[in-house]
Design a protein around this ligand. Sequence first.
Ligand SMILES: [Zn+2]
Length: 464
Amino acid sequence: MLACTECGEKLEEDYPRDKCPKCGGKGTLEYQMDLEELRAAEFTGEFSFWRYRALLPKVKNYATLHEGGTPLYKAERLAKYIGLPKLYLKDETRNPTNSFRDRAAALMVSNMLDFGYTAAICASSGNMGASLSAYCARYGIICHVIVPEYVDMGKMAQMIVYDAVIEEYGKTVDEAIERAEKIVEETGWYQATSALNPLVIEAQKTVAFEIAEQIGVPDVIVVPMGSGGTIYSIWKGFRELNDLGKVKGMPRLIGVQSSGCPPIVNAFLEREGEQETLWTKATSIFVLNPFKKKLAIKAIRETGGLALSVSDQEMLEAEREIAKMEGLFAEPASSGTIAALKKLAQESAIGRDENVVCIMTGSGLKATDVLQALSKKRKIALLEAEFSTKEKILRIISRKKTYGYEIWKELGRVMTKAAIYQHLNDLRNRGLISVQVKDGRKYFTITQRGRRVLAAIDEVKALL
Ligand SMILES: [Zn+2]
């Protein structure tokens, strides 16, 4: 049965939809189970996703690429390093397309087969699109993926080889979602966007079921947050196990976002307001308007958990530490959980005797821009990189009078705007550029001195 998370409206239907017809889309619909009917439900079969079919919405077809049943490692070396001896990693990178989204793809494609759908669409910044492409390929369903401008190349490569029809739309996944909604209205294709299909929460709660079977109820679970759906699914999984009397107690849920885009953390800390630069390399959690924000916050508050953000730099650092110490290559969003733990351990927010699980949602191999950043880091000394950025900025300004935002765009939006302005300040202090303010905007032009410096650089380069 589908029920509204806002007004409680109940719908008896099999087809998954997310918008409540009663309160006009203010609330989202989610599956509610009949406790009485399920009290005797057992987990059956091998340790994998479909083992938990009794607690999933009913399907007749079972689509599978052998997802789920992922290992939970005791991360001994990392544990020692962070100072939390009972640290575990739930390794979701071991799924068929290397992310936890394969669970959702398995359930949604089963549902599509039940209803005879021949085409599906999803808006995705990567993992969901890659998963869905693979499962649709396996079952002969045409898969359309709307990807935003910022998408990891590794995930895009997966979609391409799995033969999805790919459309690029908008800068962030938020815009892509709007596009996918419109296309479904026009075509009647199956809506498989993770934020819009309530089966996704159901599928992902199996991560909680597995952890419960592997080590019981941990004291703390740390989860990366984009739309907020993942942390809510884990809450729902443990909630249901409690309601059915299968376990006792809930883990404290800790949600992690990038400080470059932390709308859920801001809402949790009640400091909602404007954030000047919104950008993170962790594309899988780069969501401006999280659909499940309220539900994520509910999950965190109810379990006495917390939400915090970490910088991209801290995520990349943690990514290398996890790989170096545990042999697990996780994507930046997943690594953020370890970066967060480092902070929390320092503040003694988690006890040394507590069982802590970090969810490694997806593989680092998919995030090629990160790979590039890492390899560049090895080759280029910091000073050199600094110099080359200033040179690039100076060359942009030498071509035309321009302003900070344009320069940021021309440089490929990879730096923070604050860093650009720092470089502009330095160039100005050295007399290489000048500033005019027009209509409240600062325009930069190159000075004679600036031109002489560029000419000198060219001359030196010609000598090399
Ligand atoms: Zn409602």
